[in-house]
Write a protein that binds this ligand. Sequence first.
Ligand code: ACO
Ligand code: KIV
Length: 499
Amino acid sequence: MDTTLRDGEQTSGVSFAAHEKLNIAQVLLNDLGVNRVEIASARVSDGEFEAVKRVAAWAERTGNLHKLEVLGFVDGDASLNWIESAGCRVVNLLCKGSYKHVTEQLRKLPEQHIADIRSVVSLATEKGIEVNVYLEDWSNGIKNSPDYVFQLIDALKDLPIRRFMLPDTLGILNPGNTYEFCKQMLDRYPDLHFDFHAHNDYDLAVANVYSAVRAGVHGVHTTINGLGERAGNAPLSSVIAVIKDHLNGQTSVREEKINAASRLVETYSGIHIAPNRPIIGEHVFTQCAGVHADGDSKNNLYCNDLIPERFGRVREYALGKTSGKANIRMNLESLGIDVDDDSMRKITERIIELGDKKEMVTTEDLPYIISDVLHHDTMTDQRIRILNYSLSLAQGLRPVATIKIEIDGEAYQESACGDGQYDAFVRALRKIYSDLGRPFPMLTNYSVSIPPGGRTDAFVQTIISWNYAGVDFKTRGLDADQTEAAIKATLKMLNKIEQ
Ligand SMILES: CC(=O)SCCNC(=O)CCNC(=O)[C@H](O)C(C)(C)COP(=O)(O)OP(=O)(O)OC[C@H]1O[C@@H](n2cnc3c(N)ncnc32)[C@H](O)[C@@H]1OP(=O)(O)O
Ligand SMILES: CC(C)C(=O)C(=O)O
């Protein structure tokens, strides 16, 4: 069960708009093939009610309604009415899984709490709403008040409850005791369905899911990109890979769709994915060390089972201080450039030198480096050139760009207004491309930074991400002026798409 839209939205700073919730639910159920999604907590807000209504209407039309779940409270008919009016049919009832939570948060005796739960379950059954039960703070409960946990389950086990869901609410478990506690539940209640819900406070969420599955739980909860309260939940990407590769298990999730889903949630949530996050991080399929690149060219000696293509990604070879000839050759090959051994040595030396200065080098920088190092103009191979441009910026007026470019020796000129100087530049460029009937890539990200480590000569680095014919790539420009850096990155893109 994926709870990106409920626990994931409990990440500090995250709030999904209704259309974003709908889109994420569609991606989870249609593209990824997740079995169930938890889309909200009941009673949260009017906006949340509208969002749930919208997702439920779509799910009803497409036969997915039984896969939508909403967290509800033990509050008589209040949560149930909310869920019913929003058009949903499954409640995940938030019951207290530790003695501490019942007595200190609800300030009730276990018997009173059990009576309240019974009454909600009975109301839900009357309304035709299916019930799953969360045992909130179960990990603490099973450690410190197991008698209460068993009293609760003994009292509920014969009610129409489809699943009992065991949360490690505070992320306090480790792989050893997750196994032990889950096994205890499964052995004591062999006829009940148990889900495990991990939290990542000790960075053990995925390891704990691994142990819970080994112990035999029937379902696990995940979120895209590991979003969730505090340090988050178990990320779907890693859980799917671990179940397949380490537990020899099968899931319904289509691995090759994971990357696109992660990027979508990254955009909607505004929570950046760390570049070294397994499976989905930007750099996790990039080999940096020369020895690794060399080994890959000799029967993929440095590849494991996490083949990037499994997850809709590609292997890359970084260029920098730790590059050897193998890294550079792989990149040159991808550009269709062949150089002799002496030139290769000189290019390698220059890239190492740039790496020593903390400069980032991308594949698209290579033709420029080659021109510079070999003192011959490989740039004559460049089919597109920017001949002239003027950018205007005036108080109270929209910026205007006039540009003149050359494509295969033919010059073209256009002007356009934009929201900023670079936007105006790109709009003018788009006009030329559109008049010529040439496709133009989609700009998917734009970041400006000082090169890592800072530079005294005040250079700025603009890295632009593009998508062209379904392929994602980046180009980089370095200049004292931010807009000029972006224009340099754009020129690299224009020539890259011609290859
Ligand atoms: C571990 C988890 O992730 S649990 C996540 C549960 N989901 C959420 O909390 C969703 C977001 N929450 C909200 O929008 C709000 O907190 C609401 C609408 C649920 C309640 O709002 P408020 O009425 O303002 O109460 P507030 O948030 O201050 O306190 C929570 C109340 O719920 C009670 N409560 C806690 N757990 C439960 C439960 N399982 N069932 C019923 N009531 C509960 C608390 O005892 C407290 O009641 P009190 O005010 O009478 O002491
Ligand atoms: C909803 C609750 C049970 C939860 O997310 C947790 O305890 O971690």
